[in-house]
Write a protein that binds this ligand. Structure first.
Ligand code: NAG
Length: 313
């Protein structure tokens, strides 16, 4: 190895040393910094992280969560002896460290669990790092939020009527359950709003009858940990605009008209016959005379004898 090669080696080494800070930028984490949690329930803090060097399997990584101000106080450690008493048995890593997932689940949330808490990775024979720029602070809710009810203003008698009940929460590992005061075809689903926020929804479909007008339906959210909240809704049922409401009166009207018409025709025939009979029976009756008189008056003096035959036409 001559002098020139040695210089080249030193240059390469120099570049290697200089580029080290660039590599250390690989120690990054993304943590949702502000979260809300319901006391007694659970909270899941989304977290992902990166480190330098080759990817390692979960078994070669040790994930820790600790207080930002007191790095020695762990709220999660795989060795439970190293967890402060208050958090023992209440914290868990969800997801897999090997995939860079450091999401933290905290159960039985207490009103002083505010943090801030930071994630720390320890990689045996490599390095360790606390991501103290990305820590989570948790705001506590002592009472749950009320569910929100969504429905059209009015229901129509006998037609499906759908009401949706939804509630926001931060405990996706134990969904809140939504229950209705009246149970008919119910569908439940969940929506991820990102940043650790979740929504659980339930839709109820009813077939309201007239008697259900002004009745109340309520939806109760039962959160993990036992807290509940509920909301009510009053149903206004509109009578169905049925085609029978048109058909029935029209039919009745037409029927009456036809019957009345038929009756008139029958009556006319009957009386006509009676009149003719009367006229033929007594040619010189009062009626005949009167009839002939009116005829003469009308036609201006035509043959009086032909009156009875004319009437028969
Ligand atoms: C991390 O793990 C949690 C729990 O299993 C999962 O819900 C979440 O989607 C994972 N995050 C990523 C970025 O994969």
């Amino acid at each position: 190895m001559d002098q020139k090669d040695k210089v080249l080696i030193y240059i390469w080494l120099g570049i290697g040393v200089l580029s080290q800070p660039v590599f250390s930028d690989g120690w990054t984490a993304t943590v949702v910094k502000d979260m809300t949690a319901l006391v007694s329930s659970c909270v899941v803090v989304p977290c992902s992280f990166k480190y330098t060097g080759a990817n390692r399997p979960t078994s070669r990584l040790s994930g820790i969560w600790h207080f930002k101000e007191k790095p020695k106080e762990n709220i999660y450690h795989e060795d439970s002896v190293k967890i402060v008493d208050n958090f023992k048995g209440r914290t868990k890593l969800l997801g897999s460290l090997g995939e860079g997932n450091c999401s933290l689940m905290m159960d039985q949330v207490k009103d002083h669990d505010n943090g801030p808490f930071c994630f720390r990775i320890e990689i045996p024979t490599h390095d360790q790092y606390s991501y103290v720029d990305e820590c989570v602070r948790i705001a506590m809710l002592s009472q749950p939020l009320k569910p929100t009810l969504l429905a059209p203003k009015t229901a129509t008698e006998g037609e499906p009527f759908t009401i949706t009940c939804s509630v926001m929460h931060t405990c996706p590992s134990e969904w809140p359950s939504l229950t209705w005061s009246t149970g008919e075809s119910i569908i439940t689903y969940h929506r991820n709003h990102g940043l650790g926020k979740w929504e659980t929804l339930s839709t109820l479909t009813l077939l309201p009858q007239e008697k259900d007008d002004h009745s109340e339906v309520s939806c109760t959210a039962n959160f993990h940990g036992g807290k509940t909240s509920s909301e009510r809704f009053q149903i206004f049922v509109k009578r169905k605009e049925n085609i029978w409401y048109i058909i029935v009166p029209v039919t009745v009207g037409l029927g009456t008209a036809v019957m009345f018409g038929a009756l008139c025709v029958l009556m006319r025939k009957k009386y006509k016959r009676q009149i003719v009979e009367l006229q033929t029976r007594s040619g010189n009756s009062m009626w005949n005379r009167f009839s002939r008189m009116s005829r003469r008056f009308n036609s201006g003096g035509s043959e009086p004898g032909s009156a009875s035959t004319e009437q028969r036409q």
